[in-house]
Design a protein around this ligand. Structure first.
Ligand SMILES: [Zn+2]
Ligand SMILES: [Zn+2]
Length: 248
């Protein structure tokens, strides 16, 4: 099949997969956190008010555009892979079992570092309005904010993972795991409530990993907590703001 025909099929298919994955995970999280019943039983409330309809509509609209933008470089990498390019491999024995973990960790660390610095640049006053204001329209985010980016922010983020597949050997199962992790982390971090227990947040995991308590502070204090997965860069650069936790 010619590459252009493949692109015409792969691009909308990936857009649909990305959009459906986002809607399913964010929708489920929204229902669990903000659905009927006693919300306090489901986690510590981080938002003061119930999410407003206008905020959710805005988050959903940007997320649909983000799905298109994320699908474009992913579709290109997919087609190149099917034609024998990229460093995606399917035979696990080629690099061994340990490499599955090493490559996964390498991708996470690179994505995290890239996002921290990109995020700081996007907060520069000359750029913020054009690339990042859309995400910050959600001062009290809902799970649907996890993918609500201005088109420029989406484009600046979307190319990284497909580009890395040309540099660092990676198994499709690791890519799937990374995408799943990214979706769950983003949805939890924008849930508007902290579902993780205090022992987690106070322990070594909470001290090094980003949580809803940590990221929600970024939505109210723009100059702090820029990280994606790890607090490492925030701690190193002095931008880390420690979430205040309730007594156990
Ligand atoms: Zn920001
Ligand atoms: Zn956010």
């Amino acid at each position: 099949m010619p590459a252009l025909t493949q692109l015409a099929v792969t691009f909308p298919a990936l857009t649909a997969i990305i959009a459906v994955r986002y809607m399913a995970v964010a929708g489920l999280a929204y229902w669990l956190v903000w659905g009927p019943g006693d919300r306090r039983a489901r986690g510590r409330q981080l938002n003061r008010d119930r999410p407003k309809r206008a905020v959710i509509v805005h988050e959903l609209t940007l997320s649909v555009f983000s799905s298109w933008i994320y699908a474009a470089p992913a579709a290109c990498a997919f087609i190149v892979w099917r034609q024998g390019g990229t460093r995606i491999y399917t035979d696990v024995s080629r690099y061994g079992l340990v490499w599955l973990f090493v490559s996964g960790a390498a991708y996470l660390v690179i994505q995290d570092a890239y996002y921290y610095w990109l995020h700081r640049v996007m907060h520069h006053q000359a750029l913020f309005r054009w690339v990042h204001a859309g995400h910050h329209r959600s001062r009290e985010p809902t799970p649907f904010a996890s993918f609500s980016f201005d088109w420029a922010e989406a484009a600046l983020n979307a190319w990284l993972l497909p580009a890395l597949t040309f540099l660092i050997p990676v198994h499709p199962a690791v890519i799937l795991m990374l995408l799943t992790l990214a979706t769950i982390a983003a949805v939890l971090n924008h849930a508007g409530a902290e579902v993780l227990p205090n022992w987690w947040l106070r322990g070594p995991l909470g001290r090094w990993l980003i949580s809803a308590s940590h990221h929600s502070l970024h939505h109210s204090h723009y100059g702090r907590n820029f990280g994606l997965y790890f607090r490492f860069w925030d701690l190193l650069m002095g931008t880390d703001m420690v979430p205040r936790l309730e007594a156990p």
